[in-house]
Design a protein around this ligand. Sequence first.
Ligand code: DQA
Length: 147
Amino acid sequence: MKIAVIQGPNLNMLGVREQHIYGPMSLDQIHEQMKASAAQNDVELEFFQSNLEGEIVDRIQECLGTVDGILINPAAFSHTSIAIKDALSAVNLPTVEVHISNIYKREEFRQKSITAGASTGVITGFGPFSYHLGLISLTQIISEVKA
Ligand code: DQA
């Protein structure tokens, strides 16, 4: 099973940016942990990070016919991007949206995710562990679809 992991803007700054919110782990460290758990379940991960909305749209479109599902943290674009939501709807793959922080506990403008409307489910607020939970959930959903 192949899963695309798509990381939105400023997530390349994890470990540096607002550590009191996002913690001390870098994106590479999070990806290393994900790789370890994916390997145990025979899951192959393809990592992608961009600060540009159009590049994320392109990456989502490329997922059609090449991967079984998408794990995405659209970061700030969650709250603004109809284009990313439309791309997710267009490819129509099993998708889990992940947030490190609990967006419902934060500023009002973060409490609505536009992109989540195109996801199978959302995991928010468990720190970097959100990615681990997201991966387990997505793996399960894809197995059900394939069965
Ligand atoms: C985030 C939450 C967003 O509101 C924010 O813009 C991010 C990260 C999270 O993972 O908690 O960049 O998606």
